[in-house]
Write a protein that binds this ligand. Structure first.
Ligand code: GLN
Length: 306
């Protein structure tokens, strides 16, 4: 067994002991997930893939879609245009908070729901064109064609009043400039894309590799876009745990309510992790613990040894 695989197996074994947290009840499909599932995957800049545990278990990507759709809008429109409609400040609030910047009406950042709905709305085209571009881009990040879970999307839609309310609020505040229903529909679909840990590791590695997918060699977004996305992930990706996350782990990440996590150590590796139990902030407990251990074992903290 190679060094990375054996380290990853030890990290997995350690974090698997943790049984804290609760499986999300946000959707019935998430509530039904086996709480013991636990997968880890690491992808190097050379495109080597390392796995531990349930790395092939499928789950919906949920909020981990947000940085990659942000990347798409940055690539299409440029930073200045995107920042007119969505901010880049950590919110210090829950992911679905109803709070907009005084004066501009902008949501705090693209990693919370309100900001992600704006980012999705900024993707050029009508509803189906937006969706096509989003699915194509996230698939290019993952290096394979991603499929949507229709049942999850239907329940997102049926129970999506809070996200719809956010969209309408932002339309009245002027930060959402497209049709509100189109924006949330596209957002529900992107949250319902099915991935596994390897996909999330490849996606993170692509960001950390200057926008070039290390497995396919495809330049998915320009290097500057990857740099901008990683920066916003570093400050805002873990919701109101973003500060302590940077302190303890020290590289950009994004969590999702299904229990998934993607984390990118620039020029080093991408991490994908999944285990359904969440802490009170909505971050998956075992994946956070595993990322912390990985960072320590491989000295990945960005401020290490300066
Ligand atoms: N689909 C979820 C929502 O809109 C995503 C939230 C999350 O993953 N934190 O609320």
């Amino acid at each position: 067994m190679d060094l990375v695989t054996s380290e990853l197996a030890q990290i997995h074994q350690g974090a698997a002991q943790i049984r804290d947290g609760e499986v999300s009840t946000y959707l019935p499909q998430l509530a039904a997930a086996d709480p013991e599932l636990f997968g880890l995957a690491v992808v190097s800049m050379a495109g080597n893939v390392y796995r531990a545990g349930d790395a092939a278990a499928p789950f919906t990507i949920q909020s981990v879609s947000k940085p990659f759709v942000f990347a798409l809008t940055l690539a299409e429109l440029g930073l200045d245009t995107v920042l007119r409609n969505v901010g880049a400040e950590p919110s210090g609030e829950a992911f679905n908070a109803i709070s907009l910047e005084v004066g501009t009406g902008r949501p705090d950042n693209p990693m919370v729901n309100a900001g992600a709905i704006v980012t999705s709305s900024l993707v050029p085209g009508d509803r189906e064109e937006k969706w096509g571009r989003i699915r194509h881009t996230l698939s290019a990040f993952a290096g394979r064609t991603l499929e949507m879970d229709e049942d999850v999307c239907a329940t997102e839609r049926a129970g999506g009043d809070r996200n719809r309310a956010l969209a309408y609020l932002m339309r009245s505040a002027g930060s959402l400039v497209s049709d509100a229903d189109d924006a949330v529909e596209v957002y529900f679909r992107q949250c319902s894309l099915v991935v596994d840990c390897v996909d999330l590791a490849v996606m993170a590695a692509t960001l950390g590799n200057g926008g070039v997918n290390p497995c396919t060699g495809v330049q998915v977004v320009p290097g500057l876009v990857a740099e901008h996305v990683l920066t916003v992930m570093a400050t805002c990706g873990m919701y109101d745990y973003a500060g302590e996350w940077m302190l303890r782990v020290g590289f950009p990440a994004k969590s999702g309510i299904s229990g998934c996590l993607t984390a990118s150590s620039p020029a080093q590796l991408g991490l994908g992790a999944y285990s359904p139990r969440l802490d009170h902030r909505g971050n998956a407990v075992r994946p956070v613990a595993a990322a912390r251990e990985l960072s320590q074992r491989f000295d990945l903290h960005l401020m290490h040894d300066l």
